[in-house]
Write a protein that binds this ligand. Structure first.
Ligand SMILES: [Zn+2]
Length: 245
């Protein structure tokens, strides 16, 4: 059984995109105590659904400075890999991109030197576009630019191939996915479930850590009780999502 977890900012503000640094440590240590292998994206996909040991991948969207402050030391100490998705047009700035809601909390984003420190510690960097737009709203040329130039910036800055992508807001159309497929090997969504065999690597599901706040309450995360809880939350979320559209 395999799971991809999503984090955004690691801070104590309690915002919808915030996860407390202490709770983050508890999740990481708790998963290791449960016997879950924390792996990178390549290893996760290598034997999807076949591995003897349950596995999880930690992902971070947007590239907040708080990840450099709180996750980097812990993950480096434990030798745990992770994957962080960068909004390349906003590196060294804050998350005030044009599509950001007025009520959203504003936090600092890492600069390139901080991102390189993550890279050196074994945290892989992927693309989360240039401007964090709703990709499903874009015309083909703009979509192509968001995908290609974010990849190019990352590869120029990091001197390493960039193969992984995350859809801003989790929104896409089938044409979006086909465009992403031309540039990247994998892409993650906000489709809230465990990985299954035969998942399209360009449409990988993830569970937002928002639903696992107070991690002691949800331990073991791979246990039947928490799996049932998350399934219920996913159903509610889908219903709410359909009502909005
Ligand atoms: Zn994002």
């Amino acid at each position: 059984m395999d799971l991809i977890l999503t984090f955004h900012s690691l801070d104590t503000s309690g915002s919808v995109i915030s996860y407390s640094p202490d709770d983050f440590r508890q999740v990481v240590e708790g998963l290791l105590e449960e016997g879950v292998a924390l792996v990178g994206m390549d290893e996760l996909l290598r034997d999807e659904g076949q591995a003897d040991q349950p596995r999880a991948l930690l992902t971070f969207d947007d590239g907040f400075s708080s990840v450099h402050e709180h996750a980097l030391p812990l993950l480096a100490e434990l030798g745990v890999p992770a994957l962080l998705y960068v909004v390349t047009g906003w590196v060294g700035r804050t998350n005030r991109w044009p599509t950001q809601g007025a009520g959203a909390p504003e936090f600092d984003l890492m600069d390139w030197s901080q991102l390189r420190e993550l890279q050196a510690a074994g945290i892989e960097l992927g693309s989360h576009t240039v401007e964090h737009p709703h990709l499903a709203d874009l015309e083909e040329g703009d979509l192509e630019r968001e995908l290609a130039s974010s990849k190019r910036s990352l590869e120029d800055e990091l001197q390493q191939a960039v193969r992984h992508f995350s859809y801003p807001y989790g929104t896409y159309r089938s044409s979006t996915t086909e465009a992403v497929r031309k540039h990247y090997n994998t892409a993650t969504t906000t489709d809230m479930r465990w990985l299954g065999t035969g998942d399209d690597p360009l449409l990988l599901p993830r569970v937002d850590a928002y639903y696992l706040r107070e991690p002691k309450r949800w331990a073991p995360i791979f246990g039947a009780r928490t799996r049932t809880y998350l399934k219920g939350r996913a159903v509610l979320r889908n219903v709410a999502g359909h009502l909005r559209t």
